[in-house]
Design a protein around this ligand. Sequence first.
Ligand code: GDD
Ligand code: MN
Length: 366
Amino acid sequence: MQSFSPTVSVVVPTFNESQNLPRLVGLLDKAMGDIAWEVVFVDDDSPDGTWKVAKQLAMDDVRVRCIRRVGRRGLAGACIEGALSSAAPYVAVMDADLQHDETILPDMLATLQKDEADIVIGSRFVGDGSSEGGFSARRAFASRVATHLAAFIIGRQVSDPMSGFFALKREVFEAVALNLVPSGFKILLDILASTRGRMRVAEVAYRFRSRQEGLSKFDTRAILDFLGLLLHRLTGGTVSVRFLFFMIVGAIGLAIHLVVLRIGLLGELGFEVAQSAATVVAMTSNFLVNNLLTYSDMKLRGTAALAGLLKFYVVCGVGALANIGVASWLFVSNESWWIAGIAGVIVGATFNYTMSSIFVWRQQQN
Ligand code: GDD
Ligand code: MN
């Protein structure tokens, strides 16, 4: 049977990159020489119709594939799905915006084929690599700080652990896939952290180009993701990133609650009225922030968001009862007031988290 079996699948996560795809395919074609390759675009249903462009390209070229994901967002998750869709012996991951230099792919692949490394990273910071032009000064500084923090969780020095440009054996990827956090922005870091020191790493320098078309999706959320990943790995992978976010949002909600309560009291509302208003405001803001951050990959919109908010009120109401129940029980059993108080909060918050993950943002917790 006539068949096409690629040696390497180049996985490219995309979000609003329609203008970049045709050029990228052309550049890959030029760079790969006689290597049998395919490119797998994983698009999160981009409003600019990137997936349509990808599928159009696929009509003309068997080496082009596209996975269109709906109702989901996330760079790492997209890379994971793309890599898992591959049957090639090697998998590479790169961005669609032409910032990553495709001409080093054959080098990266050769290193893997010679079995000199388990993973090869395209690095902006080793040898002749550079990120001049590609990054603002502020972003470059943040990137350096993050690189040092990263060394900490991956247990070794890698010059560019934040890179979104790397290649590895598919088998190796399949083995770690289950341990990865799909909601993150830094998938390479996660791969290195979850295999802590067990992988032989090689680095190939490249020049990080500036983005020509479209916008960067790097934002505050990406920074928070990074911090979340850091904490997740510091706790040995036991505490989930989502749970950490949920707790941080809860702590902010408590501050908001106190501010509203204080304003209410200053405005001469009775305590009960002020406390009720503060509770509603805090629950609502917690819902909104969780929807934007904690569950950004499954954000509820429109009427689904309204229904979610109502369910969130119910969940938090029951959580508050659990909180008060546990705290009072401990308090009457002669625990000190603050132990009773904290225990109540922990039980209530954990309850809220678990129930929210099941009923409000319906999906498994990870
Ligand atoms: N499917 C999908 N879903 N793709 C996404 C999403 C998403 O939610 N967010 C971003 N992407 C795609 C973009 O379309 C692009 O192809 C790639 O992921 C990287 O996004 P950029 O917005 O261009 O990120 P950046 O340039 O700021 O940072 C990138 O390069 C750095 C240097 O290697 C990322 O790869 C960083 O992780 C990396 O450090
Ligand atoms: Mn980019």
